[in-house]
Design a protein around this ligand. Structure first.
Ligand SMILES: [Zn+2]
Ligand SMILES: [Zn+2]
Length: 328
C-alpha cells in the first residue's frame, strides 16, 4: 500500500514529527555487497586498535592528525565546499591534491560523492533524498550506503549532477579501473612502512618494526577511516534530526554543536542548507568552523580566492537553489 507523504512546510520540521517513506527507487531486497562488506570489514579492522599489543602513542597521533588532514581537508574542504558547492577557488593542482586526500577517506570517488550530495540538496528530506533520516536514523546514517537504489546508478547520476566535474580528466581517471581503490591500498602500504621505520629506528628489532607498522596501519588508516565515516554520516543523520534552526528552510536541517565540533564545522547544517554556496557554515560569531578557518588561512597564503561568504542575516527565510546542473 502506498504510504501518504505529507506536504512540506517549515512547520513540518518544528516538531520533528514528519516521516518519509524510502525512496521509490530503493530495492530493500537487493544489497550492494562491496559496500556492506567494506563497512563491516573496516569496523572489525578498526576494533584491532583496542588491542594493547597495537597501542602506540605515535599511531594515536597519526589517527588524530589524519582526521583533520584527510577528513577535514579531503572531505569537508574539497569534496564538499570546493567541488560540490564551489564556495571558493584554488589552483587545479591544489584541488587535485585535496581530492586525493578525500579519496583516502574511502567515501567513494569525488564525482560520486558530489553527485549524491547535490541530489541531497535538490531533494532534501523529500522522498528521492538518498539519505534522509526522516525514513529512520539508521537509514540516513549508513544503511542507504549498502541498499540498492537505482537512482544512484553511476552513469545516470553523473549525467544529471556532475558534468561540470567530469570535464576535468583527473576525475574521470579516478573513476576508471578502480583507481580510487588502488590509491586507498597505496595508503595502507604508506602507513605500514612509516610505522615500521619508526619501530625499527626505536628498537632495531624486526619484530617490533612489524608490530609498529601494524599499529600505524590500524590506527592511522582503519580507525581513522571509521571515525571520519561516522563524522560525515552524522552530518547526514544527526543534523537533520536534532539541533536548532536559524533559518526556516524547506527541509529538516539543524545546527548541532556537537556534530559541528566533531566535524570541524559541518554540523552548522541548517546554515549550510540556507546558503549552500557559502564557504563558511558558521553564521554566528560562536559557531566556530575549523574548515572555514582553514580556507581563510589558504587565502592568506595566496592559495585560495573568490571565497563565497554568507549574505543573509540569521532568522531569514532563504530559498534553496534546486538546479542540479549548478553547484548548490
Ligand atoms: Zn543536509
Ligand atoms: Zn552541501
Amino acid at each position: 500500500m502506498q504510504e501518504t507523504v505529507e506536504p512540506i512546510t517549515p512547520e513540518s520540521f518544528s516538531d520533528q514529527a514528519r516521516r518519509l517513506p524510502l525512496p521509490e527507487t530503493v530495492d530493500t531486497k537487493s544489497l550492494r555487497w562491496p559496500y556492506l562488506l567494506g563497512v563491516v570489514g573496516f569496523h572489525l579492522a578498526a576494533l584491532l586498535a583496542l588491542s594493547p599489543a597495537l597501542f602506540r602513542w605515535s599511531s594515536v597521533l597519526a589517527c588524530c592528525v589524519g582526521i583533520y588532514v584527510f577528513g577535514t581537508l579531503g572531505v569537508n574542504l574539497c569534496y564538499h565546499r570546493l567541488l560540490t558547492h564551489r564556495g571558493f577557488k584554488c589552483s587545479r593542482q591544489l584541488e587535485h591534491f585535496f581530492a586525493i586526500l578525500g579519496v583516502c577517506c574511502l567515501q567513494d570517488t569525488p564525482a560520486h560523492w558530489v553527485a549524491v550530495h547535490r541530489m541531497h540538496h535538490q531533494h532534501s528530506d523529500e522522498q528521492p533524498d538518498p539519505h534522509s533520516p526522516l525514513v529512520n536514523f539508521l537509514w540516513g546514517h549508513m544503511a542507504w550506503l549498502w541498499t540498492e537504489n537505482s537512482k544512484l546508478n553511476r552513469l545516470s547520476m553523473f549525467e544529471a549532477y556532475v558534468k561540470d566535474l567530469l570535464r576535468d580528466r583527473f576525475y574521470v581517471w579516478l573513476e576508471r579501473n578502480f583507481t580510487w581503490i588502488s590509491i586507498n591500498l597505496l595508503q595502507w602500504g604508506f602507513f605500514f612502512i612509516i610505522g615500521a621505520i619508526t619501530g625499527w629506528c626505536a628498537t632495531g628489532h624486526t619484530g617490533e618494526a612489524m608490530r609498529a607498522g601494524a599499529s600505524m596501519l590500524v590506527w592511522g588508516v582503519f580507525a581513522r577511516t571509521v571515525i571520519v565515516w561516522h563524522i560525515t554520516w552524522s552530518v547526514n543523520s544527526v543534523t537533520h534530526m536534532w539541533g536548532y534552526r536559524s533559518y526556516e528552510t524547506q527541509e529538516s536541517s539543524r545546527n548541532n554543536w556537537i556534530v559541528a565540533l566533531l566535524s570541524n564545522g559541518e554540523g552548522w547544517h541548517n546554515n549550510h542548507h540556507a546558503q549552500p554556496r557559502a564557504a563558511s557554515h558558521g553564521h554566528q560569531w560562536w559557531e566556530f568552523d575549523v574548515t572555514f578557518q582553514t580556507i581563510r588561512l589558504l587565502s592568506a597564503l595566496g592559495l585560495a580566492r573568490d571565497i563565497v561568504l554568507p549574505v543573509a542575516p540569521a532568522n531569514a527565510t532563504v530559498p534553496v537553489a534546486a538546479d542540479p546542473a549548478q553547484p548548490l
